[in-house]
Design a protein. Structure first.
Length: 426
């Protein structure tokens, strides 16, 4: 069994990472969230209770697990405290949370600029959640961001005053209403006092846990095909949900990662703009959407529906170095007489087997679909691979043969007990 494991979304997000991450987190000593912010939600169901997490790692439900918000994240302190209070109200102590002092802070001005940016782009908008994630990462890369160590320091007032002055100029130029310094500063200073006990040097903490031979789980938000470097640019997120993001977003060395498990939805979905070759809209897609409640955890936006894209999955397996696949929502496909999968694209009448770099080329790709036989059986009570209908077994085998990656487990429902493990890796 490995001592370190990355669990990441292998498609465009919403693959069911929350449930699978929670499964592995119960076997971990440390859970690290390494990128993103409160723009992505994890839904976890156990004991007939549904929990929705936005920034806090999935191990928070177990007081014995240390949960780290890594420096690869941008953290909205208001949202964090709201999420924290919500968990406390449900009876969780939340004394096992650690925030990197190197993580960047997301402020109200980032949210305002994000909204104004999307409005200005009109029909060319990226389709962000308007939670300020992109502008916060912009500041980080431009080296003008405010980090958590600055936020909780005695220097915060001067740092914030200087930053807000510049941001208000930008907001006014974009047609927005400037933010009052004194009012917002007093609010943030109070928040900084509340958040200070959670902030520490998480790189050093993680090193000590590793040297103590603890089991460490790294969880990503969104999906690898939304990665700023590997995704369908510019319709991507502002960070690295791919496995490489776990290294630079946590401070762990590459020689300390042993397994990378890709969460794969049995069909494909996407939220927001961007190319999506296998997308279709008909009675079947609507049935899938309603049956699986395919609406954003945070935004509530309906997700676009498509058949499983094995070209995109193969690409994801390559860039992430996947050592295993965990298939989710295969139960949603029950009742379909035929199930289609994409095995290649046609781009200008030429067959290709990878995602082109240029998004306009990707948008022109036509999926080459293979039709597989479906099944009618209800899978919700399946406890092993052998209990699956023969056509469901063939579907999984087809995925393995195409990608060369083993499907080490699958889920047949939302509850954590509806999880079937074929190979234990952690």
């Amino acid at each position: 069994m490995s001592k370190s494991l990355i669990v990441l979304g292998s498609q465009w997000g919403d693959e069911g990472k929350g449930k699978i991450t929670n499964y592995y987190s119960e076997r971990a000593d440390v859970v690290v969230r390494y990128q993103g912010g409160n723009n992505a939600g994890h839904t976890i169901v156990f004991n007939n209770q549904t929990y929705k997490l936005r920034s806090i790692p999935s191990g928070v439900f177990n007081p014995n697990i240390k949960n780290i918000l890594g420096h690869g994240m941008v953290i909205n302190p208001k949202s964090f405290l709201q999420e924290l209070q919500g968990l406390k109200d449900l009876g969780f102590s939340c004394e096992n949370i650690y925030i990197s002092d190197r993580s960047h802070v997301l402020f109200d001005y980032h949210i305002e600029i994000d909204k104004l940016n999307e409005e200005a782009l009109k029909e060319k908008k990226i389709g962000t959640t308007k939670n300020g994630i992109g502008p916060a990462y912009n500041d980080k890369v431009a080296r003008i961001g405010i980090r958590m160590c600055d936020f909780i320091s005695d220097d915060f007032k001067d740092v914030y005053r200087f930053s807000l002055l510049k941001k208000n100029e930008q907001i006014k130029q974009m047609g927005g209403k400037p933010i009052d310094f004194e009012t917002s500063y007093q609010e943030y200073q109070k928040i900084a006092d509340e958040i200070r006990p959670y902030v520490c040097d998480t790189i050093d903490l993680l090193k000590k846990e590793r040297l103590a031979n603890k089991k460490i789980l790294f969880e990503g938000a969104q999906g690898a095909l939304l990665d700023i470097d590997f995704g369908s640019y510019p319709f991507v997120t502002s960070s690295n949900p791919s496995s490489g993001g776990a290294l630079c977003g946590s401070g762990i060395g590459m020689n300390h990662i042993e397994e990378a498990i890709g969460i794969v939805k049995a069909y494909t979905t996407r939220v927001g703009s961007g190319a999506f070759p296998t997308e279709f809209e008909d009675e079947i897609s609507q049935t899938i959407r309603e049956k699986a409640h395919e609406y954003g955890t945070v935004t509530k936006r309906p997700r676009r529906i498509g058949w499983l894209d094995l070209v995109a999955l193969n690409y994801s397996a390559t860039i992430n170095g996947l050592t295993g696949i965990f298939l989710t929502l295969i139960d949603i496909l029950s009742g379909l007489k035929e199930i289609k999968v994409c095995t290649s694209y046609l781009l200008d009448d030429k067959e290709i087997f990878t995602i082109p770099a240029k998004d306009s080329d990707f948008a022109k790709c036509k999926p080459v679909l293979k039709t597989l036989a479906g099944w009618d059986e209800d899978l919700s009570n399946v406890k092993s691979f052998d209990e699956l209908p023969e056509n469901a077994k063939k579907y999984i085998k087809f995925i393995e043969d195409y990608t060369g990656v083993d499907v080490i487990g699958f889920s047949v429902g939302a509850d954590k007990n509806q999880t079937v493990i074929r190979k234990e890796v952690f």
